[in-house]
Design a binder for this molecule. Structure first.
Ligand SMILES: C[S@@+](CC[C@H](N)C(=O)[O-])C[C@H]1O[C@@H](n2cnc3c(N)ncnc32)[C@H](O)[C@@H]1O
Length: 319
């Protein structure tokens, strides 16, 4: 493991490097981890505002997966400087061409040709991402604030997730088109176990839990900003009954009345697919009011796939 300069490793909560740099020069292709490592070593992270310094591994690793888009939070100028740096460090021939960033060593590399784009919220270790990439989806933004989840995610997908979504949800997370947003927003404020624990500690639950209970509204903000054609949200089954159903009614109100989506929800038990009785409510949409069906064909397949999960041995695209 390399130690990142300027104390960034501990602060940005990302420890997932195995920084082997074996004198690569004049390469047409370099590994994503080498590109990230070199940029983190060469750029002076102290020149960035303190508020974004901890997100630098996420900013760069996201940019490396979409170098034709401006990087989040820092802008185009930085990207030109980073591209120049990689060209001068590795670029082949006198023309010093920008090297191809190679993800072949990653277990779940980004698709070569994307059928659709998606945002992966509360990404954890990337359960949604595995499935969506398999369907040809390209992840354009991921976030999870847990340092172990970040490290695992990086190992799996070659991308460091951004941190606390509450600090980013008002930003445009990706400058291109976003087709789908997915996320299993934290369930403790709504689960039976979580609610009784919070009550026993005299803490608030549901939407009144100011830290975790309001994260659905961050998702709603992101949906409003990016207007994806579809979304898949997931939570514990008890979300349906929490506060006599008022919590779920509020969620539906926001998604349907305020954001204008047709929404479907269903409880799916993962026991037909994994050795665990695990019931979760899935809230999906494949149709935005007023949009033509044809535009949404591939994304409607996703909603369909989620509902297929109910049926044992069904032909299922997700999971
Ligand atoms: C239920 S788990 C999601 C698991 C995920 N679907 C997977 O496949 O691994 C919720 C995740 O939300 C993350 N989280 C909670 N609050 C967050 C916040 N404010 N910003 C970013 N991530 C957060 C947690 O670290 C946790 O990994």
């Amino acid at each position: 493991m390399i130690s990142l300069q300027h104390g960034s490793s501990a602060k940005n909560g990302f420890h997932g490097f195995n920084g082997i740099r074996n004198g690569v020069k004049n390469a047409e292709k370099i590994s994503h981890s080498l590109a990230l490592q070199v940029l983190l070593e060469k750029i002076d992270q102290r020149t960035y505002p303190e508020t974004i310094r901890e997100e630098i591994p996420a900013i760069i690793s996201h940019w490396l997966q979409s170098t034709n888009e401006p990087p989040l939070l820092v802008g185009k100028k930085e990207a030109s400087a980073w591209a120049k740096l990689l060209k001068s460090e590795f670029g082949a021939g006198t023309a010093k061409k920008f090297p191809v960033i190679d993800y072949t060593v990653v277990p779940f590399p980004p698709p070569k040709k994307a059928r659709f784009t998606f945002i992966d919220l509360f990404a954890g270790i990337g359960g949604f991402r595995v499935a969506l990439q398999k369907m040809g989806g390209k992840c354009v933004f991921s976030s999870d604030w847990d340092k172990n989840a970040k490290t695992t995610y990086y190992e799996n997908y070659g991308e460091v997730p951004f941190g606390d979504i509450r600090r980013l949800s008002s930003e445009k997370l990706y400058s291109g088109r976003v087709d789908l947003v997915c996320g299993g927003f934290p369930c403790q404020p709504f689960s039976i176990a979580g609610v009784s624990k919070k009550l026993s500690l005299g803490r608030k639950h549901g939407f009144e839990d100011e830290n975790q209970g309001i994260l659905f509204f961050e998702v709603a903000k992101i949906i409003k900003r990016h207007r994806p054609k579809a979304f898949i949200l997931e939570n514990v089954k008890h979300l349906l009954r929490h506060d006599k159903g008022n919590t779920f009614r509020s969620i539906l109100h926001v998604l349907e009345k305020e954001l204008g989506y047709h929404v479907h929800s269903n409880v799916i038990d993962a026991k037909n697919f994994v050795p665990q009785h695990r019931e979760r409510v899935f809230i999906v949409t494949g149709k935005q009011i007023g949009r033509a069906h044809s535009e949404l064909q591939s994304l409607r397949e996703i909603s369909y796939a989620v509902f297929c999960l109910k049926k044992k041995n069904s032909e299922c695209l997700i999971w």
